[in-house]
Design a protein around this ligand. Structure first.
Ligand SMILES: [Zn+2]
Length: 74
């Protein structure tokens, strides 16, 4: 896949984090339920969060794919 910013070929990999991962409009403590317009991308209280992701090392950007996730949207 090509980087949407610089058109360089991106590397396929994974983004790994711990527990809860959310997309938010403003920074706040991530609570159990996402607020209006927010997306709780991962809610794994006891383990790692893993996302399929492409990286562009030139732009230093990661494109996250959450299509395989069971998503909670606020
Ligand atoms: Zn790029």
């Amino acid at each position: 896949m090509k980087c949407p910013y610089c058109n360089e070929e991106m590397e396929q990999g994974y983004l790994q984090a711990m527990r809860r991962v959310a997309w938010v409009k403003q920074i706040h403590k991530v609570s159990l339920l996402p607020k209006q317009g927010e997306v709780l991308l991962e809610n794994n209280t006891f383990g790692d969060a893993v996302f399929s992701a492409h990286i562009c090392k030139k732009c230093k950007r990661v494109l996250l794919d959450y299509s395989d996730k069971d998503i909670e949207e606020g």
